[in-house]
Design a protein around this ligand. Structure first.
Ligand code: ADP
Length: 285
């Protein structure tokens, strides 16, 4: 079933002013329950604007967005219910940590829902464990006493504690050191695999996209330029380059070999697929 559906979605900022910007222009797409989708596109292509419609922080200027079948543009729609269903993790979410302890920070959302204290505790512990932060060891510590990567995981736990059906993340690994990046991306992968949460993730890294997601939506100038399986999208390297994007490092290497006349398959997108592609080419030549 479609969990999120956009039909001819258009969004115009500052309409009727000299600064008017048409950030989204006729976006039609559908994301099903259980999918793991990446959104890529050059800066200013509309990625952040699009995901803010998924939890009704923004409303369409025209067109329709339905979340779980409910039209977010309908004035009768309960937006709080939509926001409970869709957990949005902004860029650098750790900047929004503010409580004295990690426990209190993660508890903030569930408390706002008016849940009983034992359920709040259960949700906080569960959410912290899901991002591999030990609630016993860290719960009473200040969120400002831990590493940047841990802070980000705590911030994500705060969103998970609301028990969303869909997790939408804007550049979750940005600015972290390589180890912090791997850790956070592995946790997101686990959430999708073991908790069956639908994940939608904006990324600038083609390698990250190749290793994580199954489907890629490419935005360009407010429109959907491509939407399909990762391998099919990265096979269109020249179009991506024309948009100022790239392909994963390994795809780039294989595509270069091909251009030099080496008959290698150029559809490998992750490093572990490359040896096979090269072996096949060697056997063939
Ligand atoms: P991306 O996330 O792909 O970088 P955005 O959705 O942030 O793209 O921006 C799309 C377009 O909308 C850009 O031209 C940007 O300048 C404009 N824009 C984004 N947010 C606002 C805003 N709050 N007010 C006015 N214009 C905005």
């Amino acid at each position: 079933m479609a969990l999120i559906e956009c039909v001819e979605l258009t969004h115009v900022y500052l309409k009727g002013t000299p600064m008017e910007t048409e950030a989204l222009r006729g976006i039609t797409l559908s994301i099903d329950e259980g999918e793991f989708v990446g959104i890529i596109g050059p800066t200013g292509s509309g990625k952040s604007t699009l995901i803010q419609h998924f939890d009704a922080l923004l409303r369409p200027t025209s067109g329709t967005v339905r979340v779980g079948g409910v039209d977010i543009g309908d004035p009768k729609t309960n937006l709080r219910a939509i926001r409970r269903q869709v957990g949005l993790v902004f860029q650098y979410p750790e900047h929004q940590l503010f409580e004295e302890t990690i426990f209190e920070d993660v508890a903030f959302g569930p408390r706002n829902l008016g849940l009983p204290e034992d359920e709040v505790r259960q949700r906080v512990e569960d959410a912290l464990r899901a991002v591999r932060v030990d609630p016993e060891k860290f719960g009473r510590r200040s969120p400002f006493s831990i590493s940047g990567g841990e802070m980000r995981r705590v911030a994500i736990a705060g969103v998970l504690a609301m028990a969303p059906q869909v997790l939408v993340l804007d550049e979750p690994a940005a600015g972290l050191d390589p180890q912090g990046k791997v850790e956070i991306l592995n946790r997101i992968r686990d959430l999708h695999r073991s908790r069956h949460i639908t994940v939608i993730l904006i990324t600038h890294s083609m390698d990250e996209a190749a290793q994580l997601v199954r489907r890629l939506i490419v935005l360009n100038q407010g429109q959907v330029a491509m939407d399909g399986p990762v391998r099919e999208v990265f096979a269109r390297g020249e179009e991506l380059t024309a948009m100022g994007l790239g392909v994963p490092a390994i795809t780039e290497l294989l595509q270069r070999l091909r251009r030099r006349g080496i008959p290698v398959r150029a559809d490998a997108v992750t490093p572990d697929e490359a040896p096979r592609a090269i072996k096949e080419a060697l056997a063939w030549s």
